[in-house]
Ligand binder design. Structure first.
Ligand code: AR6
Length: 175
């Protein structure tokens, strides 16, 4: 069995270009689209994605919902709603929950490869270092319990965010 940390990968770029089983969208509770990565995913997937999202009736913060990927190279989109950062303990709990719910939905639908953006780190204001630690902790905890997921890719838009993830994972690997 592959060790959980060996299943993690970091890339820089546009998540909409990834041919993985599932990409995760940093959505809002309406699931009806927005800016940032959400806008990019809806533009690349086409109007069928919004049509399916309309049938879902929204999603509470910290949970996730699955749709098809339509014109994306990814088969599924998992829409999760991260917390708006306010510096409370609750923020970390909700962000952890986004990762757990997204991974559980992916595994349930037979996805083996999944890509995450830095959920909550744009408009929602979560500091990237803290969010990275939460993302990696939540993913490793999940992968330790459930081995159907073979690869988890964190896709960062900027070189500085990519380095934060790479350094964090390298340190975790040495621990
Ligand atoms: N690929 C990968 N990462 C991206 C891409 C992309 N194509 N585009 C942006 N990012 P944000 P949030 C990065 O604001 O903070 C939306 O309007 C970006 O640099 O997209 O969870 C929703 O509808 C940042 O690091 O999501 C919600 O209303 C990260 O993705 C709200 O924004 C997340 O930034 C959610 O805010």
């Amino acid at each position: 069995m592959t060790a959980p940390i060996e299943k993690l990968e970091v890339r820089q770029g546009d998540i909409t270009r990834l041919a993985v089983d599932a990409i995760v969208n940093a959505a809002n509770r309406s699931l009806l689209g927005g800016g940032g990565v959400d806008g990019a995913i809806h533009r690349a997937a086409g109007p069928e994605l919004l049509a399916e999202c309309r049938t879902l009736g929204g999603c509470p913060t910290g949970e996730a919902r699955l749709t098809m990927g339509y014109r994306l190279p990814a088969r599924y989109v998992i829409h999760t709603v991260g917390p708006v950062y306010r510096g409370r303990h609750e923020d970390a709990r909700l962000l952890t929950s986004c990762y757990r719910h997204s991974l559980a939905l992916a595994a349930q639908r037979g996805a083996r490869t999944i890509a995450f953006p830095a959920v909550s780190c744009g408009v929602y204001g979560y500091p990237i270092e803290a969010a990275c630690g939460i993302a990696v902790d939540a993913t490793l905890a999940y992968l330790a319990e459930e081995d159907r997921i073979e690869r988890v890719i964190y896709v960062l838009f900027s070189a500085s965010d990519r380095r934060i993830y790479e350094d964090h994972i390298a340190r975790r690997g040495q621990a």
